[in-house]
Design a protein around this ligand. Structure first.
Ligand SMILES: [Mg+2]
Length: 398
C-alpha cells in the first residue's frame, strides 16, 4: 500500500488530516481546536510521506518525527500519526488497540476538564456553585478538574491583591508571580468549598498554572493535603511554556503527598525521559495530538509505569477524532492509567457529522471501547460538506 495524498481541512476550529492510499483506504487525524492555523504545518510534511506504506507506521514516522517540536509544532506530526494508525487498523480489519498489543480494559474512564461553566464570582461560594453544575452533568464524572490560581488567570485578573505581579491582560498565560497571603488563603478556601460539594466519591483535580512560584506551589500542595486531591497540574510550567525543568518539580514533589502533574505541552518520549526517570512528578498527562501520536503516548505510559508514575492523558480540545484516538490508546495503557480528559465536539454540529461513536458517549464516567477497524469513526460526507471552507471543497475527493 502507498500513500497517495495528505490533505488538511479546517472543520469548525479543528484542523483535520486525511491521508489517502492507492488501495482506496483512507485515514483521519486531527489537532486541537485552538490550532486552526495549523494547515500549512501539516502540509509541510506531505512530500516526506508520499509513496510510503502507511501500514508501516513507525517507518513513516521516522521520516517526520524529528521535524516536530513542543506544542503547537508537534501537533501536525501527531495528527498524521493518528491517520496512519487509522489506515493500518482498517487495512488489517481490526481496531487500533489490537495493533498496540490489545486492550487491557473494555471501558475507559474519563474525567471532566472540558465542560465548564462561567463563574459568577471568585469567592468560595462561587466555586462551590460552579462545581455543583459540573457534578450534575449527565456523564456522572468520577473525577472533575477545575482551573484555579493562575490557570486561565481569572483569579489573577479579577481579584485585586491576589498576587504581587502586575496583571498582563493577554491570553495564553503570560502572568507569573508570588501570591499574596490573601490570595493564597482564598485559593485554599475555594478548594475546600469545591471538595465539600464533591464529597469523597468524586475526585478533584486542579489546573493551577502555569505561573506559580516553586514555594507557592509547595505551600499550596501541603496546605491541600487533607483534601486528598487527584493532582495539582502545571502549577509552575505547562500551557504555552515550551520547556519543563524537572528541577522545578523536584523542589515540590518529594515534599508533599498531593500528587503533582504535568505534561500536556510536551512533544515526544525524549522530553519526558528526565521527568519520569527522576520521579519529578507523580502523574503525567501527555496529549496524543501533541506528544507525537498514539504510539508515542503508549511508550510514555509504559516508561512512567516502570517508575511508579500515574497517567492521565490530556484531551480537552481534541474534538471527536481526538476522542477516538484517546479511547483506542487508553484501552491499551498499563495499570497506571487513571482517566483521560474528555474532549467534546465544538461546535455541537460535530456530533451530526461523525459516525461511529456510542450514544450516549459517556455512561457513568466511562466509555465502552468499540471494536470497529481503525479509529472506528468516519465522516458523514454529505452532512459535512456544508461545513467545509471553499478552499477545502475537495477534502473528501481522492
Ligand atoms: Mg492543563
Amino acid at each position: 500500500m502507498k500513500i497517495t495524498d495528505l490533505k488538511c481541512a479546517v472543520i469548525g476550529q479543528n484542523p483535520v488530516v486525511r491521508i489517502t492510499t492507492d488501495e482506496g483506504i483512507d485515514g483521519l487525524g486531527a489537532a486541537e481546536t485552538p490550532k486552526h492555523y495549523l494547515k500549512p504545518m501539516v502540509l509541510f510534511y506531505r512530500d516526506m510521506i508520499l509513496g510510503e506504506d502507511p501500514t508501516d507506521v513507525e517507518r513513516v514516522m521516522l521520516r517526520i518525527r524529528r521535524m516536530g517540536s513542543f506544542k503547537p509544532w508537534g501537533a501536525a506530526v501527531s495528527a498524521i500519526e493518528v491517520a496512519l494508525w487509522d489506515i493500518a487498523g482498517k487495512a488489517a480489519g481490526v481496531p487500533i488497540y489490537k495493533l498496540l498489543g490489545g486492550k487491557i480494559r473494555d471501558k475507559v474512564r474519563v474525567y471532566n476538564g472540558n465542560i465548564r461553566f462561567p463563574f459568577d464570582g471568585y469567592q468560595p461560594e462561587d466555586f462551590a456553585a460552579n462545581m455543583q453544575k459540573m457534578k450534575d452533568l449527565p456523564e456522572s464524572f468520577s473525577i472533575i478538574k477545575q482551573g484555579i490560581a493562575f490557570h486561565g488567570s481569572p483569579m489573577v485578573k479579577n481579584m485585586p491583591g491576589y498576587y504581587y505581579g502586575e496583571y498582563v491582560p493577554k491570553d495564553r498565560y503570560p502572568n507569573r508571580g508570588v501570591m499574596t497571603e490573601k490570595g493564597f488563603k482564598l485559593t485554599v478556601d475555594c478548594v475546600i468549598a469545591m471538595k465539600e460539594v464533591l464529597g469523597d466519591e468524586i475526585g478533584l483535580a486542579l489546573d493551577c498554572g502555569p505561573g506559580m512560584t516553586i514555594t507557592d506551589t509547595l505551600r499550596l500542595a501541603q496546605a491541600l493535603e487533607p483534601m486528598n486531591l487527584m493532582w495539582m497540574e502545571d502549577a509552575i510550567t505547562g500551557d504555552y511554556t515550551p520547556y519543563v525543568h524537572p528541577d522545578y518539580f523536584l523542589q515540590v514533589t518529594p515534599y508533599t503527598s498531593t500528587p503533582i502533574h504535568t505534561g500536556e505541552q510536551i512533544y515526544l518520549r525524549h522530553n519526558f525521559k528526565e521527568l519520569i526517570e527522576r520521579n519529578a512528578v507523580n502523574v503525567v498527562g501527555p496529549d496524543p495530538l501533541d506528544v507525537g501520536g498514539i504510539a508515542e503516548l503508549k511508550w510514555i505510559a509504559e516508561l512512567a509505569d516502570l517508575h511508579g508514575i500515574q497517567m492521565a492523558p490530556h484531551g480537552t480540545a481534541d474534538g471527536l477524532i481526538g476522542l477516538a484516538a484517546l479511547v483506542q490508546v487508553s484501552a491499551t495503557l498499563p495499570d497506571n492509567y487513571i482517566a483521560f480528559e474528555l474532549p467534546t465536539g465544538n461546535p455541537a454540529w460535530w456530533y451530526d457529522i461523525i459516525v461511529g461513536l456510542p450514544d450516549p458517549i459517556v455512561k457513568d464516567s466511562h466509555i465502552q471501547v468499540w471494536d470497529t477497524p481503525g479509529l472506528g469513526i468516519s465522516f458523514d460526507v454529505e452532512a459535512t460538506k456544508q461545513y467545509l471552507r471553499e478552499e477545502d471543497a475537495d477534502f473528501f475527493e481522492g
